[in-house]
Design a protein around this ligand. Structure first.
Ligand code: NAD
Length: 371
C-alpha cells in the first residue's frame, strides 16, 4: 500500500473508531478529514526490511512524518533521502547520531535495528533528548530493557515499543468482548507463532545480535498475545525446547520452544515458538461462555477470525500507519493506549522471556511476579 488513497479505500468499508486517533471519531473520518494538530517528526534508525515497511506506511500518517534518517550505509541514505525528501543535515550514521540532540527537526527516533543493538542505541537517543520508539523485542533481556526505561525516565523522554497489534481493530474487538464478559470466565489461551527461517548467516541466527532465536523474534507475539488476550499477567512458566538442527541453531539460539503459563485466575496458556514450521500464526481464547479464534493473528493483516458470535469483521488498516499516528498522540498529546505500548510493557515481555529460558534449563515450573 503506497498512498493515502489506497489506505482510505481499504478502510472505507465500514466505520471503526480507535481510542486515540479521534476519540469518538471513526478511523475513516480521521483519515479523510484535514488534520491541523501537532505532528511527530521521526528519524528512522535502521533502513532494513521492517524500516522500509514502516517508512512506506508512514506516508499515509496524519500525525507523524519522517524527518530524519540514521544508517551505516551511505547508499541507503542517498536513496531514502531522495525518496522521502529528507535534507542532508537530518541524516546521520551510527557514529554521529548523538548529534541529533542539536537538531530541532527531530522529536523521536524509531529504532529498527537488530535486537542486540536496541538497548545501547535507545539509551543514546534518550541521552540526546529525543523520544524513543523501539522495535520488539525491546532488548535481549529484562536488565537491558529496564536500563532503557530508566534512561528515558532520566532524560524525561517517552519510550514506546513497536507493538503494532495493540492498535489492530479485530484484536481490540476481542479485548473489548473479553472486558465486557462476553467470553465469561477466561480459561485457556493458545498462541502458535512461527515460520521457517531461511539464510543461516542472517543476524536473526546470531546470538549476539538476536539475543536468542525464534523466541525473541516471533515467540514474543505469543507471549504478548497471552497477556492481552487473557488480560492478566502470568505467575508461573514451564517450557521445553527441541532442536532438530544444531548447526543452524547454535548454542543460545532457540529453534522451537513450547511454553505454558498459569495466570492468577487459574486460566492457563499453551504456546509454541518456532523457526522451523510455516503456517503458524494462530490465537485461540476459550472462556466458559464463548471463544475467539484468530488466524492470522499477528501478521501484517488482514487479521481474520471469529468468535462464538460470528466473524470478526473490522476492516483492515495498515498496522504501522495507525501505530505511528497513535504513538504521535501518546507522545505529543499525552494520550493513553488501550493496551499499553510503553517501556514497562516491553520489560514485562523481557522478564517472561528470561523466565522461559530459565525454565528450559531447569526443567521446572518457574514463578514470576510482574505486578
Ligand atoms: P533487517 O536485517 O532487514 O534490517 C536491520 C537493519 O539494521 C539493516 O538496515 C542493517 O543494515 C541495520 N544494521 C545496523 N547495524 C547492524 C549490524 N551490526 N548488523 C546487522 N544489521 C545492522 O531486519 P528487520 O527485519 O528490519 O528487523 C529489524 C528490527 O525490527 C528487529 O528488532 C525486528 O525484531 C523488528 N521487526 C519488527 C516487526 C514487527 O512487525 N513489529 C517486523 C519485522 C522486524
Amino acid at each position: 500500500m503506497s498512498s493515502r488513497r489506497d489506505f482510505l479505500q481499504k478502510i472505507s468499508a465500514s466505520a471503526i473508531s480507535l481510542p486515540i486517533l479521534g476519540g469518538t471519531m471513526s478511523i475513516q473520518d480521521f483519515y479523510s478529514q484535514p488534520y491541523q494538530g501537532p505532528m511527530l517528526r521521526v528519524a528512522i534508525m535502521g533502513l532494513g526490511s521492517y524500516g522500509n515497511r514502516v517508512a512506506e506506511a508512514m506516508q499515509s500518517c496524519k500525525k507523524a512524518k519522517i524527518t530524519g534518517l540514521i544508517s551505516g550505509t551511505p547508499s541507503k541514505i542517498k536513496e531514502w533521502s531522495s525518496k522521502y525528501n529528507i535534507p542532508e543535515k537530518n541524516c546521520y550514521n551510527y557514529e554521529t547520531f548523538d548529534r541529533i540532540k542539536d537538531n530541532p527537526d527531530i522529536d523521536a527516533v524509531y529504532v529498527i535495528t537488530p535486537n542486540g543493538l536496541h538497548a545501547d542505541q535507545s539509551i543514546r537517543v534518550a541521552k540526546a533528548g529525543k523520544h524513543v520508539i523501539c522495535e520488539k523485542p525491546m532488548a535481549i533481556n529484562a536488565k537491558e530493557g529496564q536500563a532503557m526505561v530508566d534512561a528515558c525516565k532520566q532524560a524525561n523522554v517517552k519510550l514506546l515499543i513497536g507493538y503494532r497489534m495493540h492498535f489492530e481493530p479485530n484484536t481490540l474487538e476481542v479485548i473489548r468482548m473479553r472486558n465486557e464478559g462476553e467470553f465469561g470466565k477466561v480459561l485457556f489461551f493458545q498462541g502458535l507463532c512461527g515460520f521457517k527461517i531461511g539464510d543461516p548467516t542472517q543476524w536473526r541466527l546470531d546470538k549476539k545480535l538476536a539475543g536468542g532465536g525464534a523466541m525473541m523474534d516471533i515467540g514474543i507475539y505469543a507471549i504478548n498475545g497471552s497477556r492481552y488476550m487473557v488480560g492478566e499477567e502470568p505467575v508461573w512458566v514451564t517450557a521445553q525446547e527441541t532442536k532438530t538442527d544444531p548447526v543452524k541453531f547454535k548454542e543460545g539460539v532457540d529453534e522451537t520452544i513450547q511454553f505454558q503459563f498459569g495466570f492468577p485466575s487459574g486460566a492457563v496458556a499453551s504456546c509454541l515458538s518456532t523457526y522451523s514450521m510455516n503456517n503458524l500464526d494462530r490465537f485461540f481464547l476459550n472462556g466458559d461462555k464463548g471463544f475467539a479464534e484468530m488466524q492470522p493473528s499477528t501478521g501484517y493483516g488482514p487479521i481474520k477470525g471469529r468468535t462464538h458470535q460470528g466473524e470478526l469483521n473490522k476492516p483492515h488498516v495498515t498496522h504501522q500507519t495507525v501505530q505511528m499516528d497513535e504513538m504521535a498522540g501518546i507522545i505529543l498529546e499525552g494520550k493513553k493506549a488501550r493496551v499499553p505500548v510503553d517501556g514497562e510493557e516491553g520489560v514485562k515481555d523481557m522478564k517472561i522471556i528470561d523466565t522461559i529460558y530459565k525454565a528450559v534449563k531447569s526443567g521446572k515450573k518457574e514463578s514470576l511476579n510482574l505486578t
